[in-house]
Design a protein around this ligand. Structure first.
Ligand code: UD1
Length: 329
């Protein structure tokens, strides 16, 4: 069987494609290359340059490549951008996902894995403890809403047409392929670990720590950073679970333990050997103090056991990729 990876030239999608190819699986990618790079995917994998909202193209790819499952990453991910241009996010993330889901239903595909996000929770009460999937969902950005709407479409499509799906709610994805084959290449990245590494490598002058007056031990926000290789392995296991008959499910993807912004800065200082500059800045709107996953659902359904749950390793792999990007310029 062939697995269609949408957004397979992007950050997480390219790691997914390498993971599947490493297992000897057949993959085809659809990517519009708006943020992805062809060279990040294995050269053995066919890349169809096009849009997932183009249902004729998707139907053709499904038929020609004998696709039986979809792992869907293509989408927009920048929270502040979703606030200033919500309709673009609802179009790119929600409307196009609806079209892709319809393709999956019409072709009677066996499984659909969806890249969801912890942003569906918003600013949840009780977030000083690891979050379970059944807490109240109240996204505070159009980005989070656009992903939640797709989860709802999948739930209803599953009930009505029997489409089997898994939606994985990512916490803070970071790191890069330990073999150095791919990593996060987005030029204007806003993610903490990437930005801090860029400061360490002299590409940015200083890191702004967004707030040190949160109710956490050192006053800075706590997040659950998950190594991208562990995340894609969770997708692979989720796919296996659905293919061997498990019912549809929604599960958090994180380690269940968090690090503060200051701890991340220390990890980068230690991995890079650079005493990088980090200034305290005002809080960033919409940042919850603490977001850590309860990942027991993912573990019990799929048997997932992280292999890279180590902040030092996450930072080192990301730093190696950043150096690789610098050397290319
Ligand atoms: C990230 C993703 C979001 C995803 C979410 C899941 C972005 C911008 N955010 O959110 O798509 O859905 O994980 O939980 O794509 N920080 C600084 N200085 C910086 C950058 C960040 O202090 O220059 C702090 C932030 O205030 C936050 C933490 O670092 O407390 C992590 O921030 P970030 O890497 O942007 O991720 P999230 O906003 O948590």
């Amino acid at each position: 069987m062939t697995i269609l990876v949408t957004g397979g030239c992007g950050y997480i999608g390219s790691h997914m494609t390498w993971n599947l190819v490493d297992q000897g699986k057949d993959v085809v990618i659809i990517d519009n290359l708006s943020t992805g790079f062809k060279e990040q995917a294995p050269s053995s994998v066919p890349i169809i340059v096009g849009d997932i909202g183009d249902s004729d193209l998707v139907a053709k790819v499904i038929e020609e490549h004998k696709v039986e499952a979809i792992i869907h990453f293509a989408g927009s991910i920048i929270v502040p951008e979703s606030v200033t241009d919500p309709l673009a996010y609802y179009h790119n993330n929600t409307v196009k996902s609806r079209s892709l889901i319809e393709n999956a239903v019409k072709a009677k595909l066996k499984a659909f894995i969806f890249s969801s996000t912890a942003a569906v929770y918003g600013n949840p009460a009780g977030a000083d403890k690891p979050l379970r999937e059944d807490v109240h969902l109240e996204p505070i950005s159009p980005y989070g809403s656009s992903k939640l709407m797709t989860e709802i479409m999948l739930r209803d499509a599953s009930l009505a047409y029997g489409l089997r799906y898994a939606a994985l709610r990512y916490f803070n994805v970071a790191g890069a392929d330990p073999k150095g084959r791919t990593g996060q290449s987005t030029p204007e990245a806003t993610h903490l670990i990437k930005v801090t590494n860029q400061v360490a490598l002299g590409q940015r002058e200083a890191l702004a720590i967004f707030g040190d007056d949160y109710p956490t031990p050192d006053g800075t926000c706590i997040r659950d950073y998950i190594h991208v290789s562990d995340l894609v392995q969770a997708h692979s296991l989720a796919l296996d679970a659905l293919l061997s008959g498990h019912e549809s499910f929604v599960a958090n993807a994180g380690y269940g333990s968090g690090y503060s912004v200051k701890e991340v800065v220390e990890a980068v200082r230690s991995a890079s050997g650079v005493n990088l500059r980090a200034d305290i800045a005002p809080r960033r709107a919409g940042d919850p103090a603490c977001l850590v996953a309860d990942s027991s659902a993912l573990r019990s359904i799929t048997g997932w056991e992280p292999a890279h749950a180590d902040l030092g390793k996450i930072v080192k792999n990301a730093l190696d990729w950043e150096r690789h990007l610098l050397a290319k310029d």
